[in-house]
Design a binder for this molecule. Structure first.
Ligand code: AOS
Ligand code: ZN
Ligand code: ZN
Length: 400
C-alpha cells in the first residue's frame, strides 16, 4: 500500500476529530516564580472565547471551549452560550475549582471539617447549574487535596469523605451529564494525594455509576509510566472519559501536546482507536473519549500555541489511523499471532514514521481551511489586531 492510498483511507475518520480547548490557555498563567504578561491577553471570558473561536476558524479542529469556575464566572451563562455559538464554537466541559480558596488549604472534598466539605460540594453543585445553562455535558473535578507530612491526616477517612461528596455531586447530574474525575500523582501536595492515580479515580467512578468516568491528564504520571497501557485498560473497563493533553519533561509541565514526545502521543492514540474510543460505537458499548487540551502558554503567544497544539494532535491521530486501515491491521495481527516481534514492530513504526504533513495540508484545503494554519494565522493580522485592541485592561484568568 502506498502512503497516498493509506491517507485516502482515513480522511473520513479524520474529519470527525474534535479537540476541546481550555479557556485558561488564553490567559496569562505562569511558573511558581513569575507570571509574564503578554500583549493581547483576554480581559474577559468573552475575549477568551473569541480567541478559542479563532483557533477553530484557522484549523477546523476545536469546536468547543472548556470553562473554569470561578475564573470564567459570568452573570448569565445562557447568554455566554449564545455569544460562543455566534462565534462558531460551543461551551464544553465545566471545570470546578476548589484549590484557590483559603478554606481549602487542608483539603476540599476530603477536608476533616464538615463545613469545608459542604462548601466544596456546594461549589460543584453550583457548577452543575452552570452546565445546565451552558448545555455542557461534563463536570470535570480535579482536586488539589493531599497532605505534606505522614500523620498529618487520616488518609483512609479522607477516601470515605471523598466518596460521600462525589456521590452527592453525582446525584445532581442529569441523565445526559457526566462526572469526570481527574487524577494526579503529586502537587500541590507532596506526601500523599487523595486522587493520585487512575486506580483511585476508577474505584470512585465505579462506585458512583455509569456516568462517572476518568480523566487522564498526560502530564500527571511518574516518569517512565506506560500511559497507553492505562488508556487501553480504562477503555476496556468502559471508564475512559476524557484526556487533558499536554507535554511534560519533568513534572506537570503543561507544555504543548506532542512537543516533548510525539511518539507517546501516537502510542496513546493507537490505543484510543484500537479500543473504539476514537470513533465511538455505542452499539458495541464504546463511547468517544473527549480529547481536551490542558496547557499553559507561559512564554509563547497563546493563540498560535493552541493552533500548534491541535495540529500536533491531528498529525498523530492521522498517523495512528494509518495503523488502523484494514490491510495494515490485518498484517499486524498476523505478525502478532505468529510471534514475529520485529515485523510487528516494523508495521507499527512505519505508521509512526509516515510523514502526513503534505496530505494534511491538502485535506485542509479541500475543506476550505488554510493548508498551513500557523502561517495563515500569522499572516492574518489577527494577532496584531488583538494586541492593539486590548491595551490597558486587566487580564482575565488565574487572578480574576
Ligand atoms: C491540575 O494539575 C489539573 O491538570 C487540572 O486539570 C486543572 O484544573 C487545570 O490544569 C487548570 O488549572
Ligand atoms: Zn488537567
Ligand atoms: Zn495538571
Amino acid at each position: 500500500m502506498t502512503e497516498q492510498q493509506g491517507f485516502a483511507d482515513i480522511t473520513g475518520r479524520l474529519e470527525t476529530l474534535a479537540i476541546e480547548v481550555p479557556s485558561w490557555a488564553y490567559g496569562n498563567s505562569g511558573t511558581r516564580f513569575k507570571v509574564f504578561g503578554s500583549a493581547g491577553t483576554p480581559r474577559t471570558v468573552h475575549e477568551k472565547i473569541a480567541d478559542a473561536a479563532a483557533v477553530h476558524r484557522f484549523t477546523g479542529l476545536a469546536p468547543t471551549v472548556a470553562l473554569h469556575i470561578p475564573w470564567d464566572l459570568v452573570d448569565d451563562f445562557a447568554a455566554l452560550r449564545v455569544y460562543a455559538e455566534d462565534h462558531g464554537v460551543g461551551l464544553g466541559t465545566i471545570n470546578s475549582n476548589t484549590f484557590q480558596d483559603d478554606d481549602f488549604k487542608l483539603g476540599s472534598l476530603t477536608n476533616a471539617d464538615p463545613a469545608v466539605r459542604r462548601k466544596a460540594v456546594q461549589h460543584n453543585l453550583d457548577c452543575i447549574e452552570v452546565m445546565n445553562a451552558t448545555g455542557s455535558r461534563d463536570l470535570k473535578i480535579w482536586l488539589a487535596d493531599g497532605t505534606n507530612y505522614p500523620g498529618q491526616a487520616d488518609i483512609r477517612a479522607r477516601q470515605d469523605w471523598l466518596a460521600e461528596g462525589l456521590a452527592e455531586i453525582y446525584a445532581q447530574l442529569s441523565d445526559d451529564q457526566r462526572l469526570v474525575l481527574e487524577y494526579k500523582f503529586f502537587e500541590p501536595a507532596f506526601y500523599h494525594t487523595d486522587v493520585p492515580d487512575w486506580g483511585t479515580s476508577f474505584v470512585h467512578c465505579l462506585a458512583l455509576g455509569d456516568r462517572a468516568v476518568v480523566c487522564l491528564d498526560t502530564g500527571h504520571h511518574a516518569p517512565g509510566t506506560n500511559i497507553e497501557f492505562i488508556v487501553a485498560q480504562l477503555i476496556r473497563l468502559g471508564k475512559l472519559g476524557s484526556f487533558d493533553f499536554n507535554s511534560r519533561f519533568y513534572a506537570d509541565d503543561d507544555l504543548i501536546v506532542g512537543a516533548a514526545d510525539p511518539f507517546q502521543l501516537f502510542r496513546i492514540m493507537v490505543e484510543v482507536i484500537r479500543g473504539g474510543a476514537y470513533d465511538g460505537r455505542p452499539e458495541d458499548g464504546h463511547s468517544r473519549a473527549a480529547l481536551m487540551l490542558d496547557q499553559c502558554h507561559n512564554i509563547e503567544k497563546k493563540i498560535p500555541g493552541q493552533i500548534r497544539s491541535v495540529l500536533n494532535v491531528q498529525e498523530m491521530v492521522a498517523r495512528a489511523l494509518l495503523l488502523d486501515t484494514p490491510d495494515t491491521r490485518a498484517a499486524l495481527a498476523v505478525a502478532q499471532r505468529e510471534g514475529d516481534v520485529l515485523a510487528a514492530n516494523e508495521i507499527y513504526m512505519d505508521a509512526f514514521y509516515t510523514d502526513v504533513r503534505r496530505d494534511l495540508a491538502g485535506f485542509r484545503e479541500e475543506r476550505g481551511l488554510p493548508a498551513d494554519p500557523m502561517a495563515a494565522y500569522l499572516a492574518s493580522g489577527h494577532q496584531e489586531q488583538i494586541e492593539a485592541d486590548r491595551v490597558g485592561g486587566t487580564q482575565a484568568g488565574w487572578n480574576s
